[in-house]
Design a protein around this ligand. Structure first.
Ligand SMILES: Nc1nc2c(c(=O)[nH]1)N[C@H]1C(S)=C(S)[C@@H](COP(=O)(O)O)O[C@H]1N2
Ligand SMILES: [Mo]
Length: 220
């Protein structure tokens, strides 16, 4: 069955027309918050946790969690869209806007690309312009509570305007580059950019993602 047929056959619950505009093509709205990742949920001792900022910048640095908490704190309320077809509206995350991190730490990237490094050996590539925006943040809290371990505590990236695989949980490194390189999913057939409203799911052939893939996941 081709993708168009698959989407037509999907049982999409009725969505308020006002909200429908916010739902990208081929997505299903859920009120639950599924948990999706590769590998085990890492356990951290905050004393030893660090975030490394390196690559094509003047001065590499290693931040502690305390350093992050001293930066300007912001909250963003956004919709999130996973490539396995679930979307969730009105999620409030709190942390440090990526653009504030750059500004306050005086980071002047030399290239246009960024690789995010996360545990467990997860990476995602992004263009700097997709991070340097008013709605992209490094979040430590969700709905005014610390992130749960499974949703990425102590720190995760949130990039609302791209598929959620770019929003790395358990972030440990930000590497600046002057050329674009594929991250974990991008090396495995997913799109280099990943705009849900353009359905930039795959880089080549459609990959078979079962329609109920996310329904079988864990929630909290
Ligand atoms: N470190 C890490 N971050 C990750 C992933 C992962 O496997 N490892 N999966 C991504 C994918 S595919 C999705 S959809 C979201 C899921 O976030 P959630 O579990 O909080 O819903 O995390 C993203 N961030
Ligand atoms: Mo995902």
């Amino acid at each position: 069955m081709n993708k168009a047929d698959r989407i037509k056959r999907m049982k999409v619950p009725a969505v308020d027309p006002q909200l429908a505009k916010r739902l990208p093509p081929g997505q299903v709205l859920t009120e639950r918050f599924p948990i999706l990742h590769e590998g085990e949920v890492p356990k951290y001792d905050l004393e030893n946790w660090t975030l490394k900022i390196f690559g094509a910048i003047d001065k590499e640095m290693t931040l502690t969690f305390e350093d992050i908490m001293k930066l300007n704190q912001s909250s963003v309320t956004c919709d999130i869209h996973c490539v396995t077809r679930w979307s969730r509206f009105d999620n409030t995350f709190t942390g440090v806007l990526f653009k504030d991190l750059l500004k306050e730490l005086n980071i002047n990237p030399k290239g246009k690309y960024v690789m995010l490094h996360a545990d467990q050996d997860y990476t995602a590539n992004l263009e700097l312009s997709d991070l340097d925006r008013d709605d992209v943040l490094l979040a430590h809290s969700f709905e005014n509570e610390p992130l749960t371990d499974k949703h990425g505590w102590p720190l995760r990236l949130v990039v609302p305007h791209l598929y959620f695989w770019k929003s790395v949980k358990w972030i440990r490194g930000i590497e600046f580059f002057d050329e674009n390189k594929p991250g974990f999913w991008e090396q495995n057939g997913f799109h280099m950019n990943g705009d849900p409203f353009k359905e930039e799911r795959f880089s080549g052939e459609d990959l078979p993602i079962p329609e109920d893939e996310w329904e079988k996941k864990d929630y909290d």
